[in-house]
Design a binder for this molecule. Structure first.
Ligand code: SF4
Ligand code: FES
Length: 371
């Protein structure tokens, strides 16, 4: 067996904080949130950005929680730019002001990715668990437009709001966004607790496929539509993270370096931190990165499947959550012995009536006050 050739990562997701004013029931942050006093300092992040650029990272995604909760966000953007990284701010918009957006522009921010919880205040404020959030976001969109930041809209969709997909696409065009990510909820972290409330029906999943295909044809040249379909209703799994340890890495608020945002849900993995080891050493030789890199770790049916370098067996975290074995075939795959049971469970979750939302617990709700 030959060891896979490891190339440098293209992208790094820096989870600057788990603090967030919203409490979305599908939050992808871990169920155990990092405490405020354990967050990396400005100096440490600056060093991590330099190390990332030296390692070959091109794109830096500044995320959270809500990254605007960090008072030093502008300093961090400037440091990333100084290191030569392309910077993308992934935000709900809450906590951003006109003045702060101007400062981020001056610091060299390249791009903004704004989340959309719904296309009207009733839906968006209910899902985000934050009254007034939608109106605030619409104000922030105007300021983003005034600065001229390239904008991507990130519409997170599930059974409660999938009927709003056509309007979400329209809104992206009206806002002048260059791209919309139509992201059907992936069931990790908090979303696993909300499958009864959020699981799309099969009919909704097929209708979303149709709407995206039609909009892609109609809006070619105007709006790029990235689409993450409802995978419980698919026949083949997604190539999660572009393949484990191939394309990107995540750094948590307290400095753990993860192969994907949900990797901490795999209990036997141990994660190096930026305090203990250089980033390049973690990427090329860290045990968590080597665990599922390439194809040697695979079991049947993946091991002898012709698609094994297409999807790399799907999502390790989903295999862990649903089958209890992170090296198993993602049960979304038709070849998995668990596929039929998964589809039956999906239908059961999708037909659950009156399921209440379980919001992300928010011990860290505080955001820095808007100036
Ligand atoms: Fe992908 Fe494994 Fe399914 Fe083949 S068996 S399609 S490699 S998940
Ligand atoms: Fe971890 Fe897919 S979210 S591998």
């Amino acid at each position: 067996m030959t060891a896979p050739t490891v190339r440098p990562p293209i992208a790094m997701l820096a989870e600057l904080t788990h603090r967030c004013p919203l409490s979305c029931p599908y939050c992808s942050n871990p169920v155990e949130l990092a405490r405020v006093d354990s967050e990396l300092s400005t100096e440490t992040w600056t060093d991590v950005f330099r190390q990332a650029a030296d390692l070959g990272v091109l794109q830096l995604h500044l995320s959270g929680g809500e990254p605007a909760s960090r008072r030093d966000l502008e300093t961090l953007v400037a440091a990333a730019r100084e290191a030569g990284l392309y910077t993308n701010l992934i935000t709900s918009g809450i906590g951003l002001t006109e003045r702060r957006l101007g400062a981020l522009d001056a610091a060299g921010l390249d791009h903004v990715q704004l989340s959309l919880q719904g296309t009207d205040s009733a839906m968006a404020d209910e899902i985000g668990g934050y009254r007034g959030g939608f109106d605030r976001k619409m104000q922030v969109v105007k300021w983003i437009g005034a600065v001229g930041f390239p904008l991507t809209l990130n519409a997170v969709l599930h059974r409660r709001n999938l009927h709003q997909l056509p309007r979400a696409i329209e809104m992206a065009v009206e806002m002048g966004a260059r791209r919309i990510e139509v992201a059907t909820v992936q069931f990790h972290g908090w979303a696993l607790r909300n499958r009864d409330a959020l699981m799309p029906t099969e009919a909704q999943a097929r209708e979303a496929d149709r709407i995206v295909a039609e909009a892609r044809a109609r809006l070619k040249g105007t709006l790029v539509i990235d689409y993450v379909p409802a995978d419980y209703h698919s026949d083949y799994p997604k190539r999660c993270m572009g393949g484990w340890g191939t394309t990107g890495l995540n750094v948590t608020p307290d400095g753990k370096v993860l192969p994907c945002h949900a990797a901490e849900s795999i209990p036997h993995l141990r994660f190096d931190t930026v305090a203990e080891r250089p980033l390049a050493d973690i990427w090329y030789r860290g045990a968590a990165f080597e665990a599922y890199r390439g194809t040697d770790w695979m079991q049947e049916p993946c091991r002898s499947c012709e698609r094994k370098t297409v999807d790399f067996g799907g999502c390790r975290c989903q295999a862990m959550a649903l089958v209890g074995d992170a090296a198993a075939t993602d049960p979304v795959c038709v070849k998995s012995p668990h596929h039929g049971a998964l589809q039956a469970r999906a239908a059961g979750h999708a037909s659950a009536e009156d399921a209440a939302l379980t919001y992300r617990e928010a011990p860290l709700r505080s955001v820095e006050p808007a100036e």
